[in-house]
Design a protein around this ligand. Sequence first.
Ligand code: HEM
Length: 376
Amino acid sequence: MRFFSHLSIIPLLSLHGVLAFPSYGTLAGLSRSELEAILPTLKPGVPESPPGPLNDTSAKLVNDKKHPWKPAGKKDIRGPCPGLNTLASHGWLPRDGVATPAQIVNAVQEGFNMGNDLAVFVTYAAHLVDGNLITNLLSIGGKTDRTGPNPPPPAIVGGLNTHAVFEGDASTTRADFFFGDNHSFNETLFDELTAFSNKFGGGFYNLSVAAEFRFQRIQDSIATNPQFDFISPRYFTAYAESIFPLTFFIDGRDKSLHLDMNVARGFFQNSRFPDGFFRSNTSITLDVIGGGIDYIFSKHPVPPGSNNGTVNSYTPNPNSADFTQFCKLYTDFVNITIRGLYPNAKGALLTALNKNLEYFYSPLVGSGCPQVPPFV
Ligand code: HEM
């Protein structure tokens, strides 16, 4: 009896990580043997089509009685995105920070009036690289340490903190991955942002501040981060995220395009709507964000590129999509980023991958960007 109970610990120990693999752990980047061990332990989620646009896109109270702010609990996950963090801390998303893509699309539409095309495109992009395509769950943060001393498998769980597939360098209020923490609010960066708002925006975050600070964050990373990487898709998301505070963090009844820095801190640091906050009074679509990107890019045009292992070695990368090539952003994301993360997909995983790729493409139907054929 003693002999058997001793033996049974061995498979339990070696299976420990697998049994504990979280339902939101990403399957992206896993080896064939990791997939073989993990897939049978997962309970498949119910596949859902992306929600459609809102019927009523007017400004409305979103910090309401049904959605009070509560601090994140010990086990609740938060990450690099102040928008999703806020939605989770107000219960527009599950407060634990783990959600299905459809829940995220609904929440960003309802809570911030994000346009359906932008919401679907961004959410499925993130889900494909950071989410679990079998359980249909995505974590809005999560540990991603693959390199620590002897990390147990559950440390590799993906989520939006994962570096270099969606999350990236030169963020507004989060440090570069190279410096250790790519997802927590960084007071030093926020102080710099405040100084820029004083210098270029009369104490507010506005379009001029967005343009100047975007450029500053790029220059800073070039000068301090030997591994600075600024190619598509990060190139696009970095500029887009400089516009987001103006389109989403300003009360929908206020037409000034000036963001109060206390309100900004509330979102960026505390994941919190101001009291009585109304969402935007118009749907913020891909086109709206594209217009903002054109403006800030025109002030300080920087081509996509990277440092090559030393600081101040920024080299443009002509193979990366830039703002004249939106279709290439999509095509390269599918053919290079996603394909590279799932070299061993077959069976149910391959089916789920193709379904999510179809959802990801759906906002581009009619755009003139050809659809990448399903993976085989
Ligand atoms: C639609 C689903 C969304 C996903 C999957 C998503 C994901 C992300 C990720 C991964 C980042 C980190 C990028 C980085 O800085 O390295 C980020 C940053 C950011 N997101 Fe979101 N986001 C979403 C919606 C939103 C919404 C609705 C808002 C605004 C209400 C928002 C505002 C921002 C801002 C301002 C940043 C930049 C933070 C900074 O640089 O300090 N996002 N988002």
